[in-house]
Design a protein around this ligand. Structure first.
Ligand SMILES: N[C@@H](CCC(=O)N[C@@H](CS)C(=O)NCC(=O)O)C(=O)O
Length: 321
């Protein structure tokens, strides 16, 4: 992580630990919003007007939070409006790197070798972890926002007419239901798998494991009679669930010890997942190679660095061939 703008060597995966040995994720620190006229958004300052070619997003394809912003970027037709840099999947001593790994990119905007350079460019005294995703403003040379939940909504409506109006990923009438689902699914499942994987005590792991499978069981019931999570339309809630389902059998089941069941064992969730995966925005932002290589490069969990050959995921192999 960075301390007062200086990188402290040896990246470690665990962000923070609570009294029981549970994993605690750092809160995001840049919270400005791009808006159609540059007016301030719900948090942060104004001055970030939507413009083609002005903004850039730094991501890693292993990261579920970064990938949810990429799915939204594709669904909203923003790929020619917001450019992108993709970090290499294996996170090393200096954090995320832009070193030309297949399927990744260099940093064409700032020429950085490591993501932490982007943070100190925005704030020379930054203290915290250099996380993806990062939404960067070329004009003001700073980070607009590094919270994926915000970036999803910025891509949904902050770019005004530069983005396509459909799908509306956060429709006014469904907001309360989407917010309530997010508030349950994020701690129990999206972050629950990390809480299981990075637990440092049995009790913290047991609690996280129970949350993960209670949430999956509840979602299996919910999806037995529905096409999408909320109402009859695709929303941000589906994107946020998809990114965790997409990584589950390939990484969380093995490396994070979330091994009571696989997604493949849930009939309704598998059907729902397949329907989303048929869409280009979901399929092309998914890389099984980056996901497996990235997660299995976390040395504290997998010292040998060996990447498993399985499981056989027909849907995933077909997309990466
Ligand atoms: N709140 C952030 C969390 C992002 C996050 O934790 N990203 C992870 C990758 S999945 C990261 O970059 N970790 C690097 C680190 O912790 O040093 C968001 O959702 O945007």
């Amino acid at each position: 992580m960075l301390i007062d703008g200086v990188w402290t060597a040896n990246w470690q995966p665990v962000q923070g630990v609570d009294a029981k040995g549970g994993f605690v994720r750092q809160t995001s620190s840049f919270r400005h919003w791009v808006t159609p006229d540059g007016a301030p958004g719900p948090t942060g300052e104004g001055g970030f007007k939507a413009e083609a070619g002005r903004y850039h997003i730094y991501v890693a394809l292993i990261c579920p939070w970064a990938t949810r912003t990429l799915i939204a970027r594709a669904l909203k037709g923003l790929e020619d409006i917001v450019s992108i840099s993709i970090a290499s999947p294996a996170i090393g001593d200096f954090g995320w790197a832009f070193d030309g790994y297949p399927g990744a990119t260099r940093d064409t905007v700032n020429g950085a070798s490591f993501l932490h350079e982007i943070y100190t460019r925005a704030d020379p005294h930054f203290t915290g972890r250099a996380t993806v995703p990062v939404l960067w403003d070329r004009r003001r040379n700073t980070i607009v926002n590094n919270e994926s939940a915000d970036i999803l909504r910025i891509f949904n409506s902050g770019f005004g007419d530069l983005a396509s109006s459909t799908p509306d990923l956060y429709p006014e009438a469904l907001r309360a239901e989407i917010d309530a689902l997010n508030a349950e699914i994020y701690p129990k499942l999206n972050n629950g798998v990390y809480r299981a994987g990075f637990a440092t005590t049995q009790i913290a792991y047991d609690e996280a494991f129970a949350d993960v499978f209670a949430m999956l069981d509840a979602l299996e019931k919910r999806m037995a009679t529905r096409r999408f999570l909320v109402g009859e339309v695709l929303t941000e809630a589906d994107i946020r669930l998809f990114v965790t389902l997409a990584r589950f059998d390939a990484a969380y089941h093995g490396l994070f010890k979330c091994n009571k069941r696989r997604i493949a064992d849930y009939a309704a969730l598998s059907r729902y997942f397949a329907e989303l995966f048929e869409r280009e925005a979901f399929r092309k932002t998914f890389s099984l190679d980056h996901i497996q290589r990235g997660y299995y490069s976390i040395k504290t969990l997998n010292p040998s660095g060996i990447v498993p050959r399985g499981p056989e995921l027909e849907w995933a192999r077909a997309s990466s061939d």
